[in-house]
Design a protein around this ligand. Structure first.
Ligand code: SF4
Ligand code: SF4
Ligand code: F3S
Length: 268
C-alpha cells in the first residue's frame, strides 16, 4: 500500500437520514473545507463526493487497497441485518450494507460510528425493529468509537477525527465507547437552567410564564439528568444554541436505545 500524505477517510452511509453529514459540514474548528483539503483525504462519501455511479464504486475499492491499514472508516447509519442484510443494498449488484461494512472495516486503521444510528441502532432499531438494525460494533469484531447523538455535534465528529490525525490513536472512551472528552459530563450538570431546577422553578406548560423566564424543563420531559453529552458547553451551529436553550427538553439522543427507553419526550 502507498503511504498517504493526508489521512484517508472512507465514510459509508447505511440506514440513516444524513443528519450526521449535515452536522459534519457545519464544523468551524476547523471548517469542513480545511478538514478535507488540509488534514484528511475524503476518498468516499456518497453525499459529498463529486464522483457518482461506477466511478464512485471504483474509487471505494481502489482506496481500500491503496491505503490498506491506513484509512479511517466512518459509518453513518444503522446496519440492517434481517433478511441477509437485504433491507439495504448499495450499488449495481445488490451489495448489502452489511457486506460493505465488513469489507471496509477489514483494513481500516480505526473505525468511528457517527451518530446514534451507527452507535446503537438509533430510530431504525426502535421496537419492533423490523429490519434487524444494529450498531456497527454489533456486526464487526474490531473496536468502534461511538460518536453518539442524533446528530452528534460537528465538534464531536471533527474533534475525534482531529485527535486521531494529531496523536495517531483514538481518545479515551467511556463505558459505551463514547470519547470521554465529549461525553464525559452530564447534560444536566452544565445546563444554564440548572439553577432553576435547584430552586424548584419549573416550566409547567409550554408558553407559560416560567417558559418565558427560562425555567427548568424537567416537568416538560427533559432527559438532561440521564444524558451524557457536551451540548450545553459546546452547543451546535457555530456555538449558537442547543435543544434546552431553544426551549425543548433534552430527549437523551446520545444514550443507547433512547427511542424506546426515554420516550415519551414531553413527560418526566
Ligand atoms: Fe440521522 Fe440521527 Fe441517525 Fe444521524 S444519528 S443519521 S442524525 S437519525
Ligand atoms: Fe436539567 Fe433539563 Fe432542567 Fe436543564 S432543563 S436543569 S438539563 S432537567
Ligand atoms: Fe441530544 Fe440532549 Fe444534546 S437531545 S442534542 S443530548 S441536549
Amino acid at each position: 500500500a502507498e503511504v498517504a500524505d493526508r489521512v484517508p477517510l472512507i465514510w459509508l452511509h447505511m440506514a440513516e437520514c444524513t443528519g450526521c453529514s449535515e452536522s459534519l459540514i457545519r464544523g468551524d474548528t476547523p471548517t469542513v473545507d480545511t478538514l478535507i483539503f488540509d488534514y484528511i483525504s475524503l476518498e468516499y462519501h456518497e453525499t459529498l463526493m463529486a464522483g457518482s455511479g461506477w466511478q464512485a464504486e471504483a474509487r471505494l475499492s481502489e482506496a481500500k487497497q491503496q491505503y490498506a491499514g491506513q484509512y479511517l472508516l466512518a459509518v453513518e447509519g444503522a446496519i440492517p441485518t434481517a433478511n441477509g442484510g437485504h433491507f439495504l443494498t448499495i450499488g449495481p449488484h445488490g451489495h448489502t450494507g452489511l457486506d460493505m461494512v465488513h469489507e471496509t472495516a477489514e483494513n481500516a486503521a480505526a473505525i468511528v460510528a457517527v451518530g446514534t444510528c451507527a452507535s446503537f441502532g438509533g430510530v431504525q432499531a426502535a421496537a419492533p425493529n423490523p429490519t434487524g438494525a444494529k450498531g456497527v460494533d454489533k456486526v464487526i469484531h474490531q473496536p468502534v468509537v461511538n460518536l453518539a447523538g442524533c446528530p452528534p455535534s460537528e465538534k464531536n465528529i471533527v474533534g475525534t477525527l482531529m485527535y486521531f490525525i494529531m496523536f495517531g490513536k483514538l481518545p479515551p472512551l467511556d463505558m459505551f465507547n463514547r470519547p470521554k472528552w465529549a461525553y464525559g459530563a452530564r447534560v444536566h450538570d452544565n445546563c444554564e437552567r440548572r439553577g432553576h431546577f435547584d430552586a424548584g422553578e419549573f416550566v409547567e406548560t409550554f408558553g407559560d410564564e416560567g417558559a418565558e423566564d427560562g425555567y427548568c424543563l424537567y416537568k416538560m420531559g427533559c432527559k438532561g439528568p440521564y444524558t451524557y453529552n457536551n451540548c450545553p458547553t459546546e452547543r451546535f451551529n457555530h456555538h449558537t444554541s442547543w435543544p434546552v436553550l431553544a426551549g425543548h427538553g433534552c430527549i437523551g439522543c446520545s444514550e443507547p436505545n433512547f427511542w424506546d427507553t426515554m420516550a415519551d419526550f414531553e413527560k418526566p
